[in-house]
Design a protein around this ligand. Structure first.
Ligand code: ASP
Length: 327
């Protein structure tokens, strides 16, 4: 670690900047309670504080993500050594992956949050924030893409997901595991991220949807979005990537309307694959023209599709971009 690295902390809101009131409700604050962060790592890190937003993360939109990306680009231009983003945990994985897809992989960018607000017993906010700063200031963090640091683990933004509503060990990478840990105030890496893709977008399209398949599903939801405002759809298929046969005519109508459909699995673990050749099976969906996306969950595949479409991709280019998650 070089002496006195400069880290920019961009705060965007979430439980990490909230506290519990007398009634036990967790509410946003006018003043960020981790503003006292200058006391942590004092004399080791030159920390620049940037109170950008104070949003609960269900209020975060792709437009907000784009603004955060632009703020980080400015920080890179200013010559900072690393960036930490604090964010609500509900949509943290989506913002982190959006940033991973749209930022050049030049400096460490670390996203963190908290499951317990600032004045609750066992609050994890300041601890996660301190660890995120340490990771951002670690030389080995270069070239890892955007990472998520929570509960002593370092995860890639690409594969991490929130798995528990309240537990502090909520962020997991189901199929591949974390790439590193934070221990004794040091970041240690055990895996490399393969291949990074960067789309330097300056706008975000609307009309990109996510639909989950279920037993007995019919075409109602697909027909409901079959209009000119729809730019793309991610379909969380059953198992390896299959759908009930009653959905097929409506899926075909979307494809006939030139709306790209990306197929992922609704399973928590594993990757989508075209294994089954029965009515509604993955092989049939591929023959119809859906795009198989391996390794990403539904919400991340939606972010990737949104980024690709915002970069004006279509046809084979979009197909290759979406099909490229783990290969
Ligand atoms: N509901 C909160 C949010 O996402 C949860 C959190 O930050 O942990 O803003």
């Amino acid at each position: 670690m070089k002496l006195m690295k400069t880290i920019r902390a961009i705060h965007t809101g979430g439980t990490i900047s909230m506290s519990q009131n007398e009634k036990g409700e967790v509410v946003p604050n006018d003043e960020n309670p981790i503003a006292e962060e200058q006391v942590i790592l004092k004399g080791q890190i030159n920390l620049i504080t940037d109170e950008m937003f104070n949003l609960p993360s269900p209020h975060v939109t792709p437009e907000v993500m784009l603004k955060i990306k632009q703020r980080i680009m400015k920080a890179i231009d200013d010559g900072v050594d690393g960036v930490v983003i604090t964010h609500g945990t509900d949509t943290l994985e989506e913002t982190a992956y959006f940033l991973d897809l749209t930022l050049p992989n030049t400096i460490p960018v670390v996203v963190t949050g908290a499951m317990r607000s600032s004045n609750e017993i066992g609050s994890d906010g300041l601890y996660n924030f301190r660890n995120a700063i340490l990771v951002a200031a670690t030389d080995e963090s270069y070239g890892k893409g955007v990472v998520v640091v929570m509960n002593d683990e370092i995860h890639t933004a690409r594969y991490v997901t929130k798995t528990h509503t309240t537990n502090v060990a909520t962020f997991r990478t189901p199929t591949f595991g974390p790439i590193g840990i934070v221990t004794q105030n040091k970041a240690k890496y055990f895996q490399e991220l393969i291949q990074t893709e960067v789309c330097d977008i300056n706008q975000v399209v609307e009309g990109v949807y996510l639909i989950k398949a279920y037993a007995g599903m019919d075409g109602t939801l697909f027909d409901a979005i079959n209009n000119d405002n729809t730019k793309g759809l991610v379909l969380e298929g059953l198992g390896a990537g299959n759908v009930p046969p009653q959905t097929l005519p409506a899926i075909q109508r979307l494809l006939d309307n030139h709306i790209p459909i990306v197929l992922v699995s609704r399973c928590y673990n594993g990757v989508a694959q075209d294994i089954y050749d029965y009515e509604g099976g993955g092989i049939q969906l591929m023959k119809m023209g859906t795009i198989l996306c391996q390794g990403l969950n539904g919400q991340k595949a939606r972010i990737k599709l949104l980024v690709g479409l915002s970069d004006n991709m279509s046809g084979d280019e979009l197909r290759e971009f979406m099909g490229n998650a783990i290969s």
